[in-house]
Design a protein around this ligand. Structure first.
Ligand code: SF4
Length: 217
């Protein structure tokens, strides 16, 4: 599936019935924020509130995300927020591999047309999709990778920080630390030419995903 514009992808997604998740959704959740920005957050899938409101990260996890953005002097007008999966899985279950595969052209279009210089992956599903590796978020967070022509910074999903003790918990503090890293990488990317977009064939395995800090496994 190839789109000629981001809006063409959006219009197709809003009416999409290509996987089983179409049956249970209230609406497709496309993105929030400013598509002209350099910074993209990629989460997992819409939850209850996102499905009702049609926007990603609008519940408690969204408030945490907004607070973390404010801590580095940003808000939703200076980033774009989306998910790997555009429709809510029933009961907030994990997305299935075939659902991720079927929905992936929409995220690919969002990345291809928005061209972020920094992609922040929130949780395991987004991190594995963007890095195309079966990594564990707890092992890769705190590092900086290269994929889709952008620096990739994996961090915990905000919901996991809320479920594991909230403010002051290790997960919360890890996200806070990762947001400091986001701020630094954004500043650095503004002072250099963006990395050239890799050829499509080179993107798929992403074997050269670069870990600047620590080891993947
Ligand atoms: S989850 Fe993605 S592929 Fe499935 S129906 Fe929604 S937009 Fe289409």
């Amino acid at each position: 599936m190839a789109f000629t514009t981001l809006d063409e992808a959006r219009v197709e997604a809003l009416g999409c019935v290509k996987c089983r998740l179409a049956k249970g959704r209230t609406q497709v959740v496309w993105l929030d924020g400013n598509p002209a920005s350099d910074l993209m957050f990629v989460g997992e899938a819409p939850g209850f509130h996102e499905d009702r409101q049609g926007k990603p990260f609008v519940g408690a996890a969204g408030k945490l995300l907004d607070g973390m953005l404010a801590s580095i002097g940003l808000d939703r007008t200076r980033c774009v927020i989306c998910n790997v999966i555009k429709c809510r899985p029933p009961g907030n279950r994990d997305p299935q591999p075939d659902e991720i595969e079927t929905c992936s052209p929409y995220l690919r279009a969002q990345i291809d047309f928005i061209k972020p210089t920094v992609i922040v992956t929130l949780g395991n599903f987004a991190t594995r999709y963007i890095l195309q590796r079966q990594v564990s978020i707890s092992r890769v967070r705190g590092g900086v990778f290269q994929a889709f022509g952008a620096k990739v910074i994996p961090t915990f999903h905000p919901a996991s920080a809320l479920h594991s003790g909230g403010e002051g918990s290790p997960a919360w503090e890890a996200i806070r630390s990762d947001f400091d890293l986001i701020g630094k990488q954004l500043s650095a990317s503004k002072s250099v030419e963006p990395a050239p977009e890799p050829a499509p064939a080179a993107k798929a395995p992403l074997a050269e995903a670069l870990l600047e800090q620590g080891s993947l496994f």
